[in-house]
Design a protein around this ligand. Structure first.
Ligand SMILES: *[C@@H]1O[C@H](CO)[C@@H](O)[C@H](O)[C@H]1NC(C)=O
Ligand SMILES: *[C@@H]1O[C@H](CO)[C@@H](O)[C@H](O)[C@H]1NC(C)=O
Length: 161
């Protein structure tokens, strides 16, 4: 059964009109969120676990600049990275942003490097109680992260909706 007919049967069953598939839907736009340089310290080797090797890379500072959010990265957090036998690198980074107007934003990034180009594709979520950045709690953010001489360079975007 084709997907569209499956969908219309489902629609009949659930008694609503068949949605028009993709062509007529407007894709959401994206907005640039920030560029960040994250400085890291000496890593801690957790060793081999069943899924691969875990390395903890501490976050010791950094800076971020964007049209609506700019500030520094505090020396709190780390990337709990997993290197798999297939050559992938899973990033699991938690860090703290202190904005120029002194708001605290917790950021969590997770993602995967699939190729050997050093580019890690990440999703990010934010938590903050600051009114100026309240919208970031709901931001659907994603971007790239790559190793630099002193740590990581991050480019972050978010969906408009
Ligand atoms: C990150 O570092 C690069 C290279 O040094 C620099 O050009 C860029 O302005 C820095 N970005 C931020 C957000 O600090
Ligand atoms: C994990 O670490 C061991 C010991 O250093 C090494 O031999 C192995 O190649 C590493 N595996 C991965 C997936 O990085």
């Amino acid at each position: 059964m084709r997907f569209s007919s499956l969908l219309s049967s489902l629609a009949l069953l659930l008694n609503f009109t068949t949605p028009t598939l993709a062509q007529t839907q407007v894709p959401p736009g994206v907005t640039f969120l920030y560029n960040a340089n994250i400085t890291v310290g000496l890593s801690v080797d957790v060793g081999s676990i069943p899924a691969g090797n875990v390395t903890v890379i501490p976050v010791i500072g950094g800076a971020l600049i964007g049209p609506k959010v700019s500030g520094k990265i505090l020396a709190i957090g780390a990337d709990w990275g997993l290197s798999t036998p297939q050559g992938s690198y899973y990033t699991d980074m938690r860090a703290q942003i202190r904005t120029m107007d002194n708001a605290n934003i917790y950021v969590q990034m997770s993602g995967l490097m699939q190729r050997n180009d050093g580019l890690i594709y990440v999703r990010a979520t934010f938590q903050t109680g600051a009114q100026n950045y309240w919208w970031m709690n709901y931001a659907f953010a994603f971007g790239t992260m790559r190793a630099s001489g002193t740590g990581f360079m991050v480019e972050m975007w978010h969906l408009n909706y």
